[in-house]
Design a protein around this ligand. Structure first.
Ligand code: SF4
Ligand code: SF4
Length: 378
C-alpha cells in the first residue's frame, strides 16, 4: 500500500460473536429486469433463477413492489413463502478434478464473481482474506471464526483441484476470536498457513494483500472467507447459494450482529425484527459510512449479493464549507490521485477505487468520491 491508514475502532460497537440466522421471511422480492409479465398466484420454486437473481424460498407470487438495485428503481415480484422449500430439481454433487471443471461448476451455480477472480490466471498462490473491506463490517471475520473447519476443509479441496501446494489465510491481528479458533485447528492442515496483518483500512484489497505477502498479483487467486464458504456449499454439499451474510452494526444499535439470511429479503424487515435501535435520531448506510452510501428511505431496499453491511449510526449534522486547500485528500488517497483536481474539473478518475478515504478526511465535508469515482471495483 502506498499509504497505511488506520481508522480508529468505534468503541460503541458491541458485536455478538455468534452468527444469527434469519432464514424464514414471510416474503421475498425478486427484481425483474426484463419486460416480462407474471400472473398473481404463479408458483415459484426455490432456487429458480430470474436473470442472475435467485428465488431463495418457494411460494406463490402475491404482488409486486419497486425495489432499488444499484441505485436504480426496478420492479420486483413479491413471493410469499410457503415454508415448503420446494425445489424443481435437486442438484447432483460432482467430483471436480481440475480448474476447467471448477469453472464449469461455478458457472452452473452462478458464482460469477469467483470465476472473474480466476479467469486468465496461471494460479500459483491461493490466499484467503478474512478481512472485511468496510468499517463496521464483520462478515469475513465471523465466517472464519464460526466455520473454521469448513473453511479449512474447502481450502484443502481447492488446493487439490488447482494443483497448488499451500494456501495462506490472512487475518487482521486484532481479530482474536477468529485467530484463536483457527490456531486450535490449523495444525491438522499442514498445507494452510496463517498470516496476521496489521489493522489498516483497505488492507483487504488484492494489490495490498499481495504486497504484504510478497507474491505476484497476476498469478495469485485471492478469495474471501465468504467465497470459500460458498465453495463449501457448492463443492462439498452440492447446495445452490441463496443465502447471504450481512452485518448490521453502528453506534445507534444496542448489539451489532452478523446475520445469515436469504437473498431478496426486505432490509427494513431485517432491521425491524433483529436489531434494537437506541437513538431516535439515526442515519442508515449501505456498505459502510466511508465506502458506502447513505440511504434516506430504506423501505425499497432488499438483500442482494452486493450488500455486505447495514450501518445504523447516530445522526451527525455535517456542514459543507469551501475547500481550504489543505491537501489532506491527496495525502490519504492510496492511489495518489490528485482528488481535488478531478473534483474541480468534474472528471472521473479510472484509478479511483471508491474507497471513500478522501471524503472521510476532508475537513470541509466535501463529497469528492461521488464525482471522482467512476465505478471500478477492487
Ligand atoms: S475514493 Fe478514490 S480518490 Fe478518494 S481516496 Fe479513495 S481512491 Fe482516492
Ligand atoms: S481535503 Fe477537502 S478541504 Fe482539503 S484540499 Fe481536499 S477537498 Fe479541499
Amino acid at each position: 500500500m502506498n499509504k497505511y491508514i488506520k481508522i480508529p475502532e468505534n468503541k460503541d460497537i458491541d458485536l455478538d460473536m455468534m452468527i444469527n440466522l434469519y432464514l424464514d421471511p414471510l416474503n421475498i422480492y425478486i427484481p425483474i429486469f426484463k419486460k416480462e409479465k407474471f400472473k398473481l398466484n404463479t408458483y415459484i420454486y426455490k432456487n429458480t433463477y430470474f436473470d442472475n437473481f435467485i428465488s431463495s424460498v418457494s411460494g406463490k407470487i402475491s404482488g409486486s413492489k419497486k425495489v432499488i438495485i444499484n441505485g436504480k428503481s426496478c420492479p420486483a415480484l413479491e413471493v410469499t413463502n410457503d415454508f415448503k422449500e420446494n425445489v424443481l430439481k435437486k442438484n447432483k454433487k460432482k467430483k471436480i478434478k481440475n480448474k476447467e471443471e471448477l469453472i464449469q461448476i461455478l458457472n452452473d451455480y452462478h458464482l460469477i464473481d469467483i470465476i472473474k477472480k480466476m479467469s486468465n490466471k496461471d494460479i500459483k498462490n491461493l490466499v484467503i482474506t478474512s478481512v472485511d473491506e468496510d468499517i463496521y463490517s464483520y462478515n469475513e471475520l465471523m465466517i472464519l471464526a464460526n466455520y473454521a473447519n469448513k473453511i479449512c476443509n474447502t481450502i484443502t479441496e481447492l488446493l487439490n483441484i488447482l494443483n497448488i501446494d499451500t494456501a495462506t489465510i490472512a487475518v487482521k491481528n486484532t481479530f482474536f476470536k477468529a485467530i484463536k479458533n483457527l490456531k486450535a485447528i490449523i495444525g491438522t492442515y499442514p498445507n494452510i498457513d496463517l498470516k496476521l496483518l496489521n489493522d489498516y483500512y483497505l488492507i483487504s484489497y488484492d494489490t495490498f494483500i499481495c504486497k504484504e505477502l510478497n507474491i505476484k498479483e497476476e498469478n495469485s487467486l485471492i478469495l474471501t472467507s465468504n467465497d470459500i464458504y460458498n465453495l463449501y456449499n457448492v463443492l462439498i454439499k452440492g447446495n445452490i447459494i441463496n443465502e447471504k451474510f450481512v452485518t448490521i452494526s453502528g453506534n445507534a444499535v444496542l448489539k451489532s450482529l452478523v446475520i445469515k439470511t436469504r437473498l431478496g429479503i426486505s432490509i427494513e424487515e431485517l432491521i425491524t425484527k433483529l436489531v434494537k435501535i437506541t437513538n431516535s435520531e439515526y442515519e442508515i448506510y449501505l456498505n459502510g459510512p466511508i465506502k458506502g452510501e447513505k440511504i434516506n428511505d430504506i423501505s425499497n431496499y432488499i438483500i442482494t449479493n452486493d450488500i455486505r453491511n447495514i450501518v445504523i449510526n447516530k445522526r451527525e449534522e455535517k456542514q459543507i464549507v469551501d475547500c481550504i486547500n489543505c491537501g489532506v485528500c491527496y495525502k490519504v488517497c492510496p492511489f495518489n490521485i490528485n482528488v481535488i483536481n478531478y473534483y474541480n474539473k468534474n472528471k472521473k478518475c479510472s484509478k479511483c477505487s471508491g474507497c471513500g478515504l478522501c471524503n472521510y478526511v476532508c475537513p470541509a465535508n466535501i463529497d469528492l468520491k461521488s464525482k471522482v469515482y467512476g465505478g471500478k471495483h477492487e
